[in-house]
Design a protein around this ligand. Structure first.
Ligand code: LLP
Length: 438
């Protein structure tokens, strides 16, 4: 990170990092990143805390889990998932329901845990539909989204009575060709900027998703004329959204569209508001779902079927990636080479996302700025730059925090590296919920 950023560079940096943190905390983070100093203080979440010098997840020492299961390893807290999901469910109360976005983390055991709470599934491929069904989600609680569904995938979903959100006029025609009478949602692009990272903004007219709101009435009419029942307006405006405002705008536009469709004799009974609730990756609070509740109670007409599709909010905090230090190199920079790589957790490389990194066993020494890097043959294989920590020894363990969402699910075998094992802590006991790949 350069020290002498010009104004454009500064604005670019602010935009690039804006999605990482809400409000003031975000600004402080940007300042620190600009000066090459990452936050020294790391706020613990409830599940992860030090006992003496040992980092514990749900009161179990991560060091013993690493000893038992090897590294690198993803470790999850069941209680964190339950707490986050319950907070959302309580906030929505009877006004809306949830469809968990399977793409965030599709481990079968975690899926079963989420579905056992009465939450449905948001899926984007035949594979995800099968994962959801296999983990016990009833077909009538599954929604099938995605901009490029194949005819084979559409048939597969229709045969099982799974609700489809269509994203284009041509997709509506394809569905009508396969099954007249099917109830469908039409994904609208409401033209709302969610002010998040450019790769995960989805609701502006520059994005490939959905049908622009101005073209929506014609699309609904086309669906109706083709013999479908387009009874739901859906949208998803982006991910890691930290303020209420984009949701308020999107909801207002969707309700306006609903009124005009109703006026044209097209009954709309469902509203799918997508996912996107942001979590804090460092300091500050998660997205304030309680404020959303106030908005929904005020604006959503009674009797409408309303749902959200959160992924990150439910599983993001629950996951910790535990990795071991292989080597140190101290020249112009201090590199700490660990055994996890960008193929295991791509978020820092792909979105410059920030994940706090903590020593699993604290050392009593002066902190020094360290770059935590992986073994993959790419310079982008870097989890953090210039984070101050006592220089780890070879063999020490580090914990990369808040990696439950879009961690394992985005991993690959690049560089011939095996997919990681996953461990779930439930009722104080660890259990292997995915074997390491070969
Ligand atoms: N619904 C739809 C239609 C979506 O496309 C997504 C996410 C969600 C729901 C769930 O969004 P969430 O609540 O998790 O924000 N890989 C990126 C995030 C990509 C999100 C893609 N769509 C990351 O690591 O930040």
């Amino acid at each position: 990170m350069g020290r002498s950023l010009d104004r454009t560079g500064h604005e670019h940096m602010m935009r690039r990092l804006a999605w990482v943190q809400p409000g003031r905390a975000n600004h402080r983070l940007v300042q620190r990143q600009m000066h090459g100093i990452m936050p020294e203080r790391t706020k613990m979440n409830n599940d992860l805390m030090y006992q003496g010098s040992d980092l514990m997840l749900d009161r179990l020492p991560l060091a013993s889990i690493a000893r038992e299961y090897g590294t690198p390893v993803y470790v999850y807290s069941a209680s964190s998932i339950r707490r986050q999901a319950a907070r959302l469910m309580q906030s929505l109360g009877t006004i809306g329901s949830l469809r968990y976005a399977v793409k965030a983390n599709a481990n079968p055991v975690l899926l079963a845990l989420v579905f056992s709470m009465g939450i449905g599934a948001d899926t984007v491929s035949r594979g995800e539909i099968q994962d959801a069904l296999g983990a016990g989600c009833p077909a009538d609680r599954i929604v099938f989204s995605g901009v490029g569904k194949t005819h084979e995938e559409l048939s597969f979903a229709l045969d099982r009575g799974i609700f489809i959100n269509a994203e284009s006029e041509e997709e509506l025609a394809a569905i009508a060709h396969l099954r007249t009478g099917a109830h469908v949602g039409v994904r609208i692009n409401p033209g709302v900027d969610a002010h998040t990272h450019q790769y995960i903004t989805t609701g502006t007219e520059q994005d490939k998703f959905g049908i622009p709101i101005d073209a929506a009435p014609d699309a609904f009419r086309l669906a109706l004329d083709a013999g479908l029942v387009p009874d739901t307006i859906s949208c998803h405006i982006g991910s890691q959204i930290t303020s209420l405002e984009p949701y308020r705008k999107a909801l207002a536009r969707l309700l306006e569209l609903r009124d005009s469709l109703m006026g044209d004799g097209i009954p709309v009974s469902g509203l799918d508001m997508g996912g996107g609730f942001g979590i804090n990756y460092e300091e500050g609070a998660d997205f304030a779902v309680e404020d959303l509740q106030v908005l929904l109670h005020r604006d959503v007409p009674r009797g409408m079927k309303l749902w959200f599709e959160p992924g990150r909010y439910i599983v993001g905090h629950a996951g910790t990636l535990v990795t071991r230090v292989l080597y140190r190199k101290r020249y112009a920079r201090t590199f700490v080479v660990v055994d996890a790589g960008m193929n295991d957790l791509i978020r820092p490389a792909l979105y410059q996302a920030h994940h706090a990194i903590l020593p699993v066993t604290r050392r009593d020494a002066e902190p020094t700025p360290c770059d935590i890097v992986g073994p993959v043959c790419e310079s982008a294989d870097c989890f953090a730059q210039d984070i101050p920590m006592p220089l780890p020894e070879q063999g020490d363990l580090l914990a990369i925090r808040d990696t439950g969402a879009y961690g394992w699910s985005m991993s690959s075998t690049y560089n011939g590296r095996p997919l990681l094992s996953e461990v779930l802590i439930e009722d104080g006991k660890p259990a292997l919920i995915r074997e390491r790949g070969l």
